[in-house]
Design a protein around this ligand. Structure first.
Ligand code: THU
Length: 158
């Protein structure tokens, strides 16, 4: 039996077409990008997260000479939230990136490890987290829930 998986997301030509609330989040993600420490990949990533109380937490990728010891921007932000705001739930996560080696029109996408960690946050709060990805050419994807990005994702019930 053949089955299909599909999900819906929005594709905007520019992040300036987002709501003001989400534009603010994008701005903060670009602020985060400035703190990226990425001397090895030269690929800077910024993440910003809006909590239920509208506080915005940011993270950026932090690399290490011992490569696996570094961490992605999304996880830096989410683990900071887990440590400092464990009772707050997350409304939206926004991810931006800048890499001179990458064509400007290349659509960006969070890595599998970050999808898994975002899914844990979504399952833990039992509420969807909206994911906004802003590409280098400003095209913007709005994905309604993390589970869309990780079908058959592994969770505590598994
Ligand atoms: N990176 C992120 O920060 N987030 C992702 O979702 C994908 C990859 C970082 C890790 C590393 O510092 C650089 O991008 C190149 O892989």
């Amino acid at each position: 039996m053949k089955k299909d998986f599909q999900f819906s997301y929005e594709l905007l030509s520019d992040w300036k077409d987002l709501s003001i609330e989400d534009q603010v989040l994008v701005d903060k993600a670009y602020d985060a990008l400035e703190t990226a420490y990425a001397p090895y990949s030269e690929f800077k990533v910024g993440a910003s997260v809006r909590l239920d109380n509208d506080a915005i937490i940011i993270g950026s990728n932090q690399e290490n000479a011992a490569y696996p010891s570094g961490l992605c921007a999304e996880r830096v932000a989410l683990f900071h939230i887990g440590s400092n705001y464990p009772k707050q739930s997350i409304k939206t996560i926004c991810i931006v990136a800048k890499g001179d080696l990458l064509p400007l029109n290349k659509l960006l996408s969070p890595c599998g490890g970050c999808r898994q960690v975002m899914l844990e946050s979504e399952n833990r709060q039992q509420n969807k987290i909206k994911v906004i990805i802003v590409n280098q050419d400003n095209r913007t994807m709005v994905i309604p829930s993390v589970i869309d990005l990780l079908p058959f994702g592994f969770g505590s019930k598994d």
